[in-house]
Design a protein around this ligand. Structure first.
Ligand SMILES: Nc1ncnc2c1ncn2[C@@H]1O[C@H](COP(=O)(O)OP(=O)(O)O)[C@@H](O)[C@H]1O
Ligand SMILES: [Mg+2]
Length: 277
């Protein structure tokens, strides 16, 4: 297998006297979409801050692309790791959408043409055409979230961290975000998304990491995680609607409506066969 982009070894972290994470080990490879789940206060946002170097572990090591974050500056790590924070207004500093999106890639010495191409691509992927001269803080929260997403995408990070980026988005924008995640995966990037919405997890992620009691209580494929009633319960999350529906129908777990239909159609044909006799 290719080398991990992210490799945590026995990581522990406390805010002062309060331990938040203990003995956490996992690796994430290019092309993987990992959902980080757990109840409020489980340590998900803290984990993301350990992954982008804003926090350093008290115990163990965090390796990004093989290098220990303890030895590297946040600005250096930012070339590899891009973060969309939980509250996007915290990461918006510029007076127009255009300058906000240009700010990150402008630090990368790309040359003017490559820089403009990066910006145009990020704008198109996030649907922000026509808003480039607007002040980001004049936009509604969902649009502002996409400004934050665009400014991170424009830096083309190999590891993308999303903290509840799907929260409060309408159907169309959720679908757009899901598309962006799928495109990043196809381009060989790794994505870690903190997400309370298990429908979105089922739709977008390959693997689930679940935090409970400061420990990594779950590390499983999405399918295995939702096939089991106990695993979601153990990290205080619900199964997605589609998995509940499949279970109620006595079918193996389904993660998308299309998958559920594919499971139902042979059943219906089987019934049709049975009624012929
Ligand atoms: N800056 C901080 N200082 C002290 N405690 C914090 C700080 N940030 C978070 N915590 C505490 O750490 C725990 C984990 O928080 P957090 O990582 O934000 O959880 P989650 O994102 O899963 O809701 C919580 O108990 C929270 O109150
Ligand atoms: Mg959080």
């Amino acid at each position: 297998m290719n080398a991990p982009l992210l490799d945590l070894r026995a990581v522990g972290f406390a805010y002062g006297e309060t331990p938040v994470l203990r003995d956490i080990s996992f690796a994430v490879h290019p092309g993987e979409v990992v959902a980080l789940v757990g109840r409020n206060g489980a340590g998900k946002s803290t984990m993301l801050r350990l992954l982008n170097g804003l926090l350093r572990p008290d115990a163990g090591t965090v390796l990004i692309d093989g290098a220990d974050t303890a030895d590297r500056k946040v600005s250096e790590l930012a070339r590899t790791v891009g973060t969309v924070f939980q509250a996007p207004e915290q990461q918006i500093f510029n007076a127009t959408v255009r300058s906000e999106i240009a700010f990150g890639p402008a630090q990368l010495n790309l040359g003017e043409d490559a820089l403009q191409a990066r910006i145009a691509e990020a704008v198109a992927r996030t649907g922000l055409e026509g808003l480039l001269d607007t002040h980001p803080l004049d936009l509604d929260a969902a649009t502002r979230r996409f400004v934050a997403i665009a400014s991170v995408l424009a830096c083309a990070p190999r590891l993308l961290l999303l903290d509840e980026a799907q929260r409060g988005l309408d159907r169309q924008r959720r679908a757009r975000l899901a598309d962006i995640i799928a495109e990043e995966r196809a381009a060989g990037r790794a994505i870690v998304l903190v997400c309370h919405d298990m429908d979105f997890v089922a739709d977008t992620a390959d693997r689930v990491l679940g935090l409970a009691g400061g420990l990594l209580a779950v590390d499983a494929t999405v399918r295995r995680f939702f096939a089991d009633e106990q695993a979601p319960h153990s990290v205080s999350v619900e199964r997605p609607q589609i998995a509940v529906l499949a279970a109620a129908l006595g079918l193996p777990v389904a993660l998308t409506p299309a998958e559920l239909v594919a499971r139902l159609v042979p059943t219906m044909e089987g019934d049709a066969d049975a009624s012929d006799h």
